[in-house]
Ligand binder design. Structure first.
Ligand SMILES: Cc1ncc(COP(=O)(O)O)c(C=O)c1O
Length: 447
């Protein structure tokens, strides 16, 4: 294994260890170590979220309110974001997370993560602007878009956001012209066949092309500083990380032969809360096997940080009774005030299957609970005129749901609000009520 030369990035690693001893972290970590903190999670958090949901819906009478007062709304638990961060630093100590803003650019989430010391993966001018506006240093941002808008590239040069990815020769010529001193990470192709959202069909240089790209970068006098990959969003095969790390190692070696001094590996996103420890174990081992400690390792997690932190409540705006006299059956179509053109865009773009749960019915005004008795059959639809606007084609509940009742959906914090549209004139601006199941986080974000 060839070692990459020069550059002492210990400064970065000091920064990482500083992060967990950061005064803010101390203020927040009321439970001592990360482990006990992670265990606190669910029960008190669910109660807190339930209370916030109920308080809001009890203050709205859909039969007598201002137009739009019954709109769907989120409850965000910032304590959950904080717990995910603690979990990350425990299991991937060596890897500095750069939160993928595209996943959920919620201002309080960004503020909290900025205070916790993460970096940020930005895909556009607006995302870079949002992060910089919080006083985050440009060196904590990576413009992780291999095919950049030329005018945005001029903007990043002006803002001194130097880290960025590339994966093709045309981009290298563009960068040479506009930002020749940028720090470049060569994004490589991965086997993302076991991921929910495949990205390598669009991005990533094939291994057979990497040498040619590095040679061109050398000829142009550009500064290639590292390698990046993404195993696909919603990854399920930990071995994909191992394979990608091995390929990245090969590119580091190619680069060294050409006289580059690569110092950073960016392992991208793809992490899910449910499988995080398994993924982290394989990735952590691969990193230690293939990359010596002086190589800086960063990542671009999105979904992992925010998915479980957001719950949405939606109102039943209409109901259609469907009777089948031959079968003697009766079912209902429920129409909600949010759907696939809104915050449930994750159904279309992110392959999600949000699970409806009853928040409150006329019969049970505070019935925030899981329904286990399977009885009445429903299908659940969004508010637009389009037939594809379906949230759940089949759902059963013991509750009789009617117009004005409320449903809620958990795990709605990734690739939801950020890809909502205003199709049919419905709003894409839904309120978020912030709570925190970890003391200290609200103060950190100034609430
Ligand atoms: C370049 C890049 N980095 C990071 C992410 C975040 O991925 P995830 O939410 O799976 O962690 C994405 C998602 O599309 C991406 O395209």
């Amino acid at each position: 294994m060839a070692k990459s030369v020069g550059h002492d990035y210990n400064e970065e690693f000091d920064y990482l260890s500083l992060k967990t001893n950061h005064p803010l972290s101390e203020a927040l970590d009321t439970h001592g170590d990360g482990e006990s903190l992670a265990k606190v999670g669910s029960a008190p958090a669910r109660e807190l979220i339930g209370a916030a949901l109920n308080k809001r819906v009890q203050g709205v009478d859909p039969h007598d309110c201002e137009a739009g007062a019954e709109d769907a709304f989120f409850v965000a638990d910032l304590g959950e974001v904080y717990r995910q961060h603690v979990r990350w630093t425990k299991h991937l100590k060596r890897v500095t997370p750069h939160f993928a803003v595209k996943c959920n650019p919620d201002p309080m989430v960004i503020r909290l993560l900025a205070a916790l010391g993460t970096g940020f993966d930005c895909a556009s001018k607006a995302e870079i602007e949002q992060v910089l506006s919080l006083g985050v240093h440009p060196s904590r941002i990576i413009y992780a878009q291999p095919c950049k808008t030329t005018s945005y590239l001029r903007y990043t040069a002006k803002q001194n956001v130097t880290q960025m990815t590339f994966d093709n020769s045309d981009e290298l010529y563009k960068i040479k012209q506009i930002f020749p001193h940028a720090e470049l990470y060569l994004r490589i192709f991965t086997d993302d066949s076991a991921s929910m959202c495949r990205l390598s069909q669009k991005f990533g240089a094939r291994m057979e092309n990497t040498k040619q790209l590095l040679t061109l970068a050398k000829t142009l006098g550009l500064n290639v500083a590292g390698v990046a990959f993404h195993v696909g969003s919603g990854a399920s095969d930990p071995e994909a990380f191992l394979r990608a790390v091995r390929d990245a190692r090969a590119v580091f070696d190619q680069a060294a032969e050409l006289g580059f001094n690569l110092h950073t590996l960016d392992v991208g996103g793809g992490f899910c809360s449910e499988t995080f420890e398994d993924m982290a174990a394989v990735l952590g081992r691969a990193l230690d096997d293939y990359f010596p400690p002086h190589i800086r390792i960063i990542a671009e997690p999105g979904r992992y940080y925010t998915s479980s932190a957001f719950t949405i409540a939606c109102n039943v705006i209409a109901r259609r009774t469907v009777e089948d006299p031959e079968a003697g059956s009766k079912s209902y179509m429920l129409y909600l005030n949010d759907g696939v053109y809104g915050n449930f865009s994750s159904i279309m773009f992110d392959h999600q299957h949000p699970v409806p749960q009853v928040l409150s019915t006329k019969r049970k005004p505070d019935g925030y609970k899981y329904c286990t008795d399977l009885a009445i059959e429903y299908s659940i639809w969004g508010p637009t005129c389009d037939g594809i606007d379906c949230i759940a084609p089949k759902w059963t509940s013991a509750e009789t749901l009617d117009i004005g009742d409320w449903l809620y959906f958990e795990d709605m914090g990734a690739y939801t609000k950020c890809s909502a549209t205003r199709f049919n004139g419905f709003t894409d601006q839904h309120d978020t009520i912030y709570v925190s199941s970890e003391p200290g986080t609200m103060e950190v974000v100034g609430m």
